[in-house]
Design a protein around this ligand. Structure first.
Ligand SMILES: CC(C)(COP(=O)(O)OP(=O)(O)OC[C@H]1O[C@@H](n2cnc3c(N)ncnc32)[C@H](O)[C@@H]1OP(=O)(O)O)[C@@H](O)C(=O)NCCC(=O)NCCS
Length: 295
């Protein structure tokens, strides 16, 4: 999707410390709340190593950046837009469109979590995505969350977590689990019901956004039991956390079974994004517990 508005914009792979500094400048200017010293640079390097990270130049200066990550492989592969941010002085000038035209060319299964910025949803809609459900950033005091009966939780290595997730979902997220485990206060975690592992994920992210990064849950063939299991897995992991200030968060689809339980326990929604995708159901809103940056 190149046109007169975007042809003066050059999109290229991000490379080196100068681009890193330009990306951080744009991230600050667009008011992202990040640990710009350690976590955010590591996140960008992860995207450059495992996905695609590009910058857009306009008038010889970096005016925006974007990134995608492939999740899964073969016909089930999903291409997630993890980031798209443009210098506020260049908003509405076609930079976002130019970046997307480079990142999204032949992938049919596309997802993202769109901000509520007025340009975001229309832009993604034009690239074939529809908005399906809000992803809520739910935060609160872990001491208000009771561990459900029969559950136990233990720390685990990233490779064990990734192997469990692969066996339940078919998705290999080992690179991301290793990345999250290396975060401040990061670790893998396995939750068991009656001694049997049924949930595996990563937690971490201190001092900003500490909480569940991603949690995979073994499916139960009985829909009612599955719903309870998905809810209780989230509650069990959150009740196990011991942050110094007692506070944590999880990013949950609004229809997720744990959402109501946490709001009833006094947790609060601080913000939300809109999940957009080229077809409904690429992510399961009743089961997904994920990171808006890496899914
Ligand atoms: C969202 C963002 C990445 C889009 O980039 P951008 O360079 O501003 O977007 P573009 O100029 O390429 O395209 C915006 C499109 O939205 C359209 N648009 C703007 N307001 C609109 C509205 N209210 N209704 C419908 N369309 C609208 C514009 O007309 C434009 O389309 P056009 O090129 O056909 O005219 C950028 O504005 C940004 O960084 N915003 C702040 C940070 C953020 O929220 N990022 C999104 C994370 S998901």
């Amino acid at each position: 999707m190149t046109n007169a508005a975007t042809e003066h914009i050059k999109v290229r792979p991000a490379a080196g410390e100068t681009d890193l500094a330009a990306i951080i400048r744009i991230a600050r200017a667009t008011e992202q709340e990040e640990d710009f010293e350690a976590v955010f640079p590591a996140y960008l390097r992860h995207l450059a190593d495992h996905g695609r990270l590009v910058v857009a130049e306009r008038s010889a200066a970096v005016a925006g950046y974007g990134a995608t990550l492939r999740i899964g492989a073969g016909p089930d592969e999903i291409c997630m837009l993890t980031d798209l941010f443009v210098d506020p002085r260049a908003h509405g000038a076609g930079v976002g469109q130019a970046v997307l035209s480079e990142l999204w060319q032949d992938q049919s299964r596309r997802i993202t979590f769109a901000s509520l910025h007025a340009h975001a949803l229309p832009l993604y809609t034009r690239f074939g995505l529809d908005a399906w459900w809000p992803l809520l950033y739910v935060g609160g005091d872990v001491r208000a969350v009771r561990k459900p009966d029969g559950w136990s939780v233990e720390a685990a290595g990233a490779d064990r977590v990734a192997a469990l997730e692969l066996s339940w979902t078919g998705f290999d997220r080992s690179a991301e689990h290793r990345f999250w485990s290396a975060w401040p206060a990061g670790t893998g975690v396995v939750a068991s019901l009656d001694g049997q592992p049924v949930a595996a994920g990563s937690v971490g992210g201190a001092p900003i956004e500490y909480g569940i990064c991603h949690l995979a849950i073994a499916p139960d063939p009985d829909p009612a039991a599955d719903r309870d299991r998905v809810r209780d897995a989230v509650l069990a992991v959150l009740s196990w956390l011991q942050p110094a200030d007692g506070r944590a968060r999880a990013c949950l689809p609004a229809p997720h079974p744990a959402t109501r339980a946490l709001l009833t326990a006094g947790w609060r929604v601080s913000e939300f994004d809109l999940h957009m995708s080229t077809e409904f159901g690429l992510l399961d809103a009743r089961r997904a517990v994920l990171s808006p940056g890496l899914a």
